[in-house]
Design a protein around this ligand. Structure first.
Ligand code: UDP
Length: 377
């Protein structure tokens, strides 16, 4: 194993950002990546239909963080993409987040103004101060009927838990709109990298000080990885500690089984993403990648997402029980010297892409402030 100042486990967002920052600081960086590619779950490629698809589900970048936006713009050109999702409910396609159109379509109302929509929500929602779980969060926003139609079963399919078994934060990710705004996000910057995320990561990692070792499980070579100043670990936190606190209760993760199909038609569905919040199908959503960036092909690729317990961990499962187990690992992680845990899996936190960029940048600057100040003198 080559000597490196900085060793990074995992070539996803957190790993790539730290590698880039340390390389710029003049450090030799080694990234050890278990998979056969960079970019973590953002990895995308051109499939047999000539369409840029994401191997691990669609990734929509959106941020209000100017520093993150500036950072990512150094490594790719970005085109504006305001993501829109529709949901199949009661045989109709309706916007999600819930907006005026959603209510009119599902309830046959004729709401046209914001005050009317606010009125409708006031009459239908169940006001709950400080919702304590996902169910209360959704009831507080949209009330019982929309909760049943759009959130309860989707959540069960996604997490294998009902909303009451999850933190309020999970359902709080989805806003409610009192206007016609049908965008999934409302952040200032909403964009996708031209040419895809893998290309973006190639840009981030393109530095002579960075070496990436693919197809290598860190735990197989751990004993050979020595002599570094700092190690950044971005994998699942429990794996690092050999699951020692999980003998009786396992730290849970959700994975996704992606089932891809070629459809011999120009388009299969009207949006890039259609959610299926009902019980009648087992998948949560269908992604049609051709929509992103207006791609051209005779055929189209669709991917159905089935969430599962087995497979690569994608989502930590936010609830008090898992948090309690995580705290035990965190105490051990905090006690380690020169080893840092960063990212969704290592911090056991469900956060968006921009937050992953932000956290990695903040960690770097918090650790290296003095070095940077010294260099700029
Ligand atoms: N959700 C739902 N119905 C939907 C969309 C989302 O119940 O049609 C809930 C579900 O619990 C989901 C959470 O809201 O896990 C957050 O959704 P988001 O789209 O942010 O999930 P992600 O894209 O990260 O999988």
């Amino acid at each position: 194993m080559k000597n490196a100042d900085i060793v990074i486990i995992g070539a996803g967002i957190s790993g790539a950002v730290l590698a880039e920052r340390y390389a710029q600081l003049g450090k030799k960086v080694l990234i050890i990546e278990k998979r056969d590619h960079i970019a973590g779950n953002c990895y995308d490629y051109i499939d047999e239909n000539g369409i840029l698809v994401s191997k691990y589900g669609a990734h929509l970048f959106h941020t209000n963080e100017e520093d993150v936006w500036e950072y990512v713009n150094q490594f790719a050109n970005w085109y504006p993409w305001e993501h829109k999702v529709i949901a199949q409910v009661d045989g109709q396609l309706v916007p999600i987040p819930v907006n005026i159109t959603t209510v009119n379509k599902l309830f046959g109302t004729n709401i046209t103004t914001e005050p009317e929509m606010k009125n409708w929500l006031d009459e239908n929602r169940l006001p709950i101060d400080a919702p304590k779980d996902g169910r209360e969060a959704a009831l507080n926003k949209v009330g019982q009927v929309l909760y049943e139609k759009m959130f309860r079963h989707y959540t069960k399919k996604q997490w294998d838990k009902y909303p009451e078994e999850l933190d309020a934060s999970v359902l709080d990710r989805i806003p409610v709109r009192t206007n016609y705004d049908d965008r999934y996000f409302s952040d200032k910057h909403q964009a996708l990298p031209v040419g895809g995320y893998t290309k973006l990561f190639e840009g981030i990692l393109n530095h002579p000080n960075i070496e990436v070792l693919l197809n290598t499980d860190y735990f197989d070579v751990k004993d050979e990885v020595t002599g570094y100043d700092k190690l950044f670990y971005t994998g699942p936190v429990d794996r690092y500690f050999e699951f020692k606190h999980s003998l009786t209760e396992k730290l849970e993760y959700r994975s996704i089984n992606f089932v891809s199909e070629t459809v011999d038609a120009e388009f299969y569905q009207e949006n890039s993403v259609v959610n299926y919040p009902g019980e009648e199908v087992g998948f949560t959503r269908i992604i049609e990648y051709k929509h992103f960036g207006g791609q051209k092909s005779d055929k189209t690729t669709i991917v159905k997402e089935y969430t599962t317990d087995v497979g690569d961990p994608y989502y930590p499962v936010p609830n008090p029980k898992n948090q309690h187990i995580y705290e035990k690992y965190k105490a051990e992680a905090d006690a380690l010297i020169d080893v840092y845990f960063v990212g969704r899996l290592a911090n056991y936190k469900y956060f968006n892409m921009d937050q992953a960029f932000k956290n990695a940048l903040e960690l770097f600057y918090s650790l290296e402030n003095e070095v940077i100040a010294g260099q700029s003198k």
